[in-house]
Ligand binder design. Structure first.
Ligand code: AMP
Length: 577
C-alpha cells in the first residue's frame, strides 16, 4: 500500500526501476546513469502509472550527495586543495561569470527581466557534484592532476553557491521593495543590507572552516580511533555515518554552508588518519545506493513533453551549458598553461548542471525572481546535459586520442582503452594487480629476469612501475581490450593477484576464453572463492588465509622444536590443503 508507506515505496520503486533500466542501458552499451534518469522519468508525475513521492526522492538524493562528498573529502587533503587553488579559484569565478552572462543574454533575448536573467544564468553556471564525481571515478581520474583541479574547481563553485543561496532572498526583497517604495531611500538601506549579508556569510563560512580545521581535525579521528578500539564493526560503521551526516546537517543548520560542503570537510578531516581507508569502505555501499536515487529524483522532475512543446529556448539553454561553459573553461585552463588534455577533461566534467541548479531554480521560483518557464528550462537543461555528458566525454576522449597520436606515436596514458597497442612481449606472465601481493611477485619476476607485464587500475601505481622500467597497463583487467593489449594469446601465465573474487572471476573467465593453454593462478580468501575461480577456469587458486595459517604454524613449530608434522594434526591438515 504505497500511500501508507511512501518512504519505502519511493526507495523500492526508485532502486528497483533504476536497477532494471540501468541493466538495460548497460546491455545497450549506454551508461547506466541514463537508465537511472529514465527510471526517474517513469516514476515521475509526467508519465502515466505509479508516481513516487517527489519530495522524499529529493531528500533521499541529498543523502547521496552528502555521502559522495564525504568520500571525496576522504581522498582529498588540504594540501591537494591548496595545490590547485591557483587555477581553481580564478577558473571557477571566471566560468561562473561567463556562464551567468550567457544566461543573461539568452534571457534578454527572450525578453525576461534582468534580475530573472541573472538568477537563470547563475543556475546554468554550476556543475553537479554527483555527475562530475561519477564521471571522474568511472574514468579513474580522481587521483590525477586533472581530477584534482576539477574537484577543487567544484569546491570553489560550491562556495560561490553558498553565497548565492544566501543572497538571492535579499535580492528578491530588494526587487519587491524597489517596486513599491522610493528607491533612493531604500537603495542605501538595502545596499547596506547586501554588504551586511555578504559579510555575515563570509564570517560564517570562515568560522565553519576554522572550527573544522581546529576541532574537527582532532575530534573526528579521535572518535573513530576510539570506536575502532572497541572492535565493533557495527559501531564503526555507525560512527562513520553519524559523523558524515551529522557534520553535514549540523553545518548547514549552524553555518548555512551547503550539505555537500559540510560533508566534504568532515571527510577531509579524516584523511590524515590511518583509519580513513576503512571509513571510506564502510560508506561505499550506502553511497552508491543513494547516488542512484539522486539520478532517479532528477529524472522525476523532467517533463519529457516539454522538449517537443517548445524546443528552441531549451536548445539555446543546452548550448550555454554544454558548449558555452566548456569553451570558457577550456580557454581558462589553457590560459593557465595546462595541457590541452587537461583543459578538455575539465571542460567535459563541467559541461552539465545538476543539484545546485535545482536548488537555485526552486529558490528563485519561490522568491518570485524566476518564472515557471525559467525554472522548467533549468530542469530540462539539467536532465539533458546530464544525459549527454557521457557523450561529451566520449567526444573528448576521441579528441585527446587524436591529438596525442598526432603529437607522438607512443601509446598515451589518457587515450581510451581501445587505442592501447598490444604488447611486444611473448611467452610472458601477465600480473593483474600490483598491491601487497602483486608487488612481491613482480619483484621476484624482475629479479629472475623473466618477462612480465602488470595490469593495475591505480594510475599512480602504473606511472611508478613505468618509471622503474616495468611494462604496465592502466585499467581494469576485466575489460577485454586491456587483456588483449596485454598479449593474452601469446602469454604463458596469468596471475590474478587482486582481492575481489567476483572481479577476479571475470578476469579468469575472459583469460580462459581467449587462451585455452595459458596457466592461470588466482588469489582467494575463502573455500567458496577457490571453487568459484576454479570453476571459471583457474588452474591453481591460492587461498591467502591458508598461507597465513601455514606461516604461523611454521613459526609455532620453531617454538616447539620437538614436535613433528605427525604429532600435530593441524600442521598435517594445513599441508594437505
Ligand atoms: P592488494 O590487495 O594490496 O594486493 O592490492 C590489490 C591491487 O589490485 C590494488 O593495487 C588494486 O588497485 C589492484 N586491482 C584491483 N582490482 C583490479 C582490476 N580489476 N584490474 C587491475 N588491478 C586491480
Amino acid at each position: 500500500m504505497p500511500h501508507e508507506t511512501p518512504l519505502i515505496a519511493t526507495i523500492v520503486a526508485g532502486l528497483g526501476l533504476a536497477f532494471v533500466f540501468g541493466t538495460l542501458a548497460q546491455r545497450l552499451k549506454i551508461p547506466p546513469l541514463v537508465g537511472y534518469l529514465l527510471a526517474g522519468v517513469a516514476v515521475g508525475p509526467f508519465t502515466p502509472g505509479y508516481v513516487a513521492d517527489q519530495k522524499l526522492a529529493t531528500e533521499l538524493a541529498e543523502l547521496g550527495i552528502i555521502l559522495l562528498m564525504f568520500g571525496v573529502g576522504l581522498h582529498f587533503s588540504l594540501k591537494d586543495l591548496l595545490s590547485v587553488k591557483a587555477i581553481a579559484i580564478p577558473g571557477a569565478i571566471v566560468q561562473i561569470a561567463v556562464a551567468t552572462l550567457m544566461g543573461l543574454g539568452l534571457a534578454l533575448l527572450m525578453e525576461w527581466k534582468i534580475s530573472e536573467g541573472l538568477v537563470f544564468g547563475l543556475a546554468l553556471s554550476v556543475a553537479s557534484t554527483v555527475v562530475l564525481l561519477r564521471a571522474l571515478q568511472e574514468r579513474r581520474l580522481m587521483e590525477t592532476g586533472r581530477g584534482r583541479i576539477a574537484v577543487g574547481w567544484l569546491i570553489v563553485e560550491d562556495l560561490a553557491m553558498v553565497l548565492a543561496l544566501v543572497l538571492i532572498p535579499t535580492f528578491a526583497n530588494l526587487q519587491a521593495g524597489g517596486a513599491t517604495t522610493p528607491a533612493s531611500l531604500l537603495g542605501t538601506h538595502f545596499d547596506l543590507g547586501i554588504w551586511g549579508v555578504l559579510l555575515l556569510t563570509a564570517v560564517k563560512v570562515t568560522l565553519f572552516i576554522a572550527l573544522m580545521l581546529v576541532v574537527g581535525r582532532r575530534l573526528i579521528p579521535w572518535i573513530l580511533h576510539y570506536i575502532a578500539h572497541t572492535g565493533s564493526r557495527e559501531l564503526f560503521r555507525l560512527a562513520v555515518l553519524a559523523i558524515a551526516l551529522g557534520v553535514a546537517f549540523g553545518s548547514t543548520k549552524l553555518f548555512d554552508v551547503s550539505l555537500a560542503l559540510g560533508a566534504f570537510f568532515a571527510g577531509m578531516m579524516l584523511r590524515e588518519s590511518p583509519l580513513s581507508q576503512r571509513a571510506a569502505q564502510e560508506s561505499l555501499p550506502l553511497r552508491d545506493a543513494f547516488a542512484v536515487l539522486f539520478f532517479v529524483s532528477v529524472g522525476m522532475l523532467f517533463d519529457p513533453f516539454s522538449v517537443v512543446r517548445d524546443p528552441w529556448p531549451l536548445i539555446a539553454t543546452l548550448l550555454v551549458i554544454i558548449v558555452g561553459k566548456s569553451i570558457a573553461a577550456f580557454l581558462i585552463v589553457i590560459a593557465f598553461r595546462h595541457p590541452v588534455a587537461t583543459a578538455l577533461t575539465i571542460s567535459a566534467s563541467l559541461a552539465q548542471i545538476g543539484e545546485f541548479s535545482f536548488i537555485l531554480a526552486e529558490l528563485g521560483y519561490a522568491s518570485k525572481l524566476l518564472s515557471k518557464q525559467a525554472r522548467d528550462l533549468i530542469l530540462a537543461g539539467a536532465i539533458l546535459s546530464i544525459m549527454l555528458n557521457p557523450l561529451v566525454f566520449a567526444g573528448v576522449d576521441w579528441l585527446i586520442a587524436r591529438l596525442e597520436r598526432r603529437k607522438a606515436p607512443s601509446p598515451s596514458r589518457v587515450a581510451p582503452a581501445k587505442a592501447i597497442p598490444v604488447t611486444q612481449l611473448k611467452d610472458h606472465t601477465i600480473l593483474v594487480g600490483y598491491g601487497r601481493v602483486g608487488n612481491i611477485i613482480g619483484n621476484d619476476l624482475k629479479q629472475k629476469e623473466l618477462p612480465f607485464l602488470v595490469i593495475e587500475v591505480s594510475e599512480g601505481a602504473v606511472s611508478k612501475l613505468k618509471e622503474s622500467g616495468i611494462e604496465a597497463l592502466a585499467g581494469n583487467a576485466a575489460q577485454p581490450e586491456i587483456l588483449k593489449a596485454a598479449g593474452l594469446p601469446e602469454s604463458r601465465n596469468v596471475v590474478v593477484a587482486i582481492p575481489e573474487a567476483f572481479e577476479a572471476g571475470q578476469i579468469v573467465q575472459q583469460a580462459r576464453a581467449a587462451n585455452a593453454d595459458v596457466r592461470i593462478i588466482a588469489r582467494a580468501h575463502s573455500d567458496a572463492e577457490v571453487e568459484h575461480l576454479k570453476g571459471l577456469g583457474a588452474d591453481m587458486v591460492i587461498m591467502g588465509e591458508r598461507e597465513i595459517a601455514r606461516g604461523m604454524i611454521e613459526e609455532l613449530e620453531r617454538s616447539f622444536p620437538g614436535a613433528s608434522d605427525e604429532d600435530s594434526p593441524r600442521v598435517a591438515e594445513a599441508r594437505v590443503l
